[in-house]
Design a protein around this ligand. Structure first.
Ligand code: NAP
Ligand code: F7E
Length: 370
């Protein structure tokens, strides 16, 4: 019998990579997707199976983290061996605008899943992975951060995720459920949400060199993150549920890079060298050289500008993870370097924007024609 997995947040960056990963491992994969007025399944189109196919391995269910009865019914019908709870309002800055919704989805949502497992008497059968986050460390109490580092959350998102973390630990201890937290540091990819800083940068850099955008407005250039690749991190999620016992695990690369440095890396992938001048809100990124004959960028052109609207009421300045536990006990290690991640994201966004450029020049999108 194939193992059965249920993924909440299957339409997101991690959900889509994880579904692909588990299907390759021979799992039957069920995903929870929420109803949307426009298609939200772009990231899983390549693995989608038509409901009219008799024996499907990838099955979608409508659901929402704010609806206990719906989640309980899905879990009752699917009886999964493994649940990966990835659904969340995952944007830290946006969480300051919708704090109550975030508490409902990201915090109580995790409780709803755990309660469903308990009420349906699946405590011996179903393992659960909770998508915890390095944002829990917030204003860091030690460097690098590991499983024992005290939490100090700095946003409604991080506070909600802190509840989800502890309720997962509590259900493990109280009801002996195999419930584990993966404390994942930032991870990116070509399908990263467009408003997270890495993807915002790779999209804008691509548009700027192609002449489709003038400049990029960003917030805190000094923030430093430990950036890995989503593909490496979904593998860690699966390994965490294959461990001998349920536990909490930090997943990180152990290297930290500033937003400013990420910007330089992204532009350098297309042969453009940037230099930063000025201080604070007046800092700007200028083109120093453009070695790629395909792109005509003026030397001295201002391509990066600060907009204080992107500053957060409380910021997480610096994160770097110590993932020695998962490396030692589960033999996980990241395959991708940051250079490779940025190159992959830039190559993908250049391709995407070239299509945009073609459309703007009057070409037509064959997808819309049919
Ligand atoms: P993402 O791309 O933002 O995906 C989030 C997923 O959750 C999407 O499928 C989204 O659906 C779904 N969702 C949001 N609200 C929902 C609701 N009320 N009911 C049902 N589904 C809902 O996030 P990600 O980067 O893949 O991250 C996956 C998980 O890991 C999240 O819990 C995130 O907080 C956590 N995490 C992420 C990182 C990271 O660096 N990526 C690091 C640590 C932890 P739509 O597609 O319809 O919006
Ligand atoms: O910001 C700074 C910003 O939004 C990274 C989520 O997946 O990872 C992610 O959260 C840094 C911050 O990710 C802009 O202030 C500067 O310091 O890409 P981000 P995040 O907040 O680290 C964690 C682990 C999660 O769990 C979350 O779900 O970049 N920054 N200028 C900017 N950030 C954005 N978004 N936009 C800017 O213009």
């Amino acid at each position: 019998m194939n193992k059965v997995a249920l993924i909440t947040g299957v339409t997101g960056q991690d959900g889509s990579y994880l579904a692909e990963f588990l299907l390759k491992k021979g799992y039957q994969v069920h995903g929870v997707k929420r109803r949307s007025s426009s298609f939200n399944t772009d990231r899983i189109e390549h693995i989608y199976e038509d409901p009219h196919i008799e024996k499907r391995n990838f099955i979608l269910h409508y659901g929402d983290m704010t609806d206990s009865m719906n989640l309980t019914k899905i879990i009752k019908d699917v009886e999964p061996d493994e649940i990966y709870n990835l659904a969340a309002m995952s944007h830290v800055h946006v969480s300051f605008d919708v704090p109550e919704y975030v508490a409902d989805t990201d915090a109580v949502g995790a409780l709803r899943i755990l309660e469903a497992i308990r009420l349906l008497n699946l405590t011996d059968k179903t393992k659960i992975y909770q998508a915890s986050t390095s944002e829990l460390f917030g204003k860091v109490q030690e460097t690098p951060q590991n499983e024992k580092t005290p939490f100090n959350p700095r946003s409604p998102y991080a506070v909600a995720k802190m509840y989800a973390y502890w309720i997962t630990v509590n259900y493990r201890e109280a009801y002996n459920i195999f419930a584990s937290n993966g404390i994942l540091f930032n991870h990116e990819s070509p399908v990263r949400g467009e408003t997270f800083v890495t993807r915002k940068i790779t999209r804008a850099a691509s548009k700027i060199v192609l002449g489709l955008q003038d400049k990029l407005y960003v917030g805190n250039l000094d923030a430093e993150r430990d950036w890995g690749h989503a593909k490496d991190y979904v593998k860690a999620m699966w390994m965490i549920l294959q461990a001998k016992k349920a536990d909490d695990w930090v997943v990180s690369t152990g290297k930290s890079t500033s937003v400013r440095e990420f910007l330089k890396l992204a532009f350098s992938c297309v042969g453009v060298e940037l230099s930063f001048v000025g201080k604070g809100i007046n800092e700007r990124g200028l083109v120093v050289s453009c070695k790629n004959p395909k792109y005509q960028l003026e030397i001295g052109k201002e391509v990066v500008v600060i907009d204080s609207n992107y500053f957060r009421p409380t910021e997480v300045d610096f994160l770097i993870g110590d993932s020695s536990k998962i490396r030692k006990e589960l033999a996980w290690k990241p395959e991708y370097t940051l250079d490779q991640i940025v190159k992959e994201m830039m190559a993908s966004d250049i391709k995407l924007m070239q299509k945009d450029q073609y459309l703007q020049k009057g070409g037509f999108d064959i997808k819309n024609y049919f």
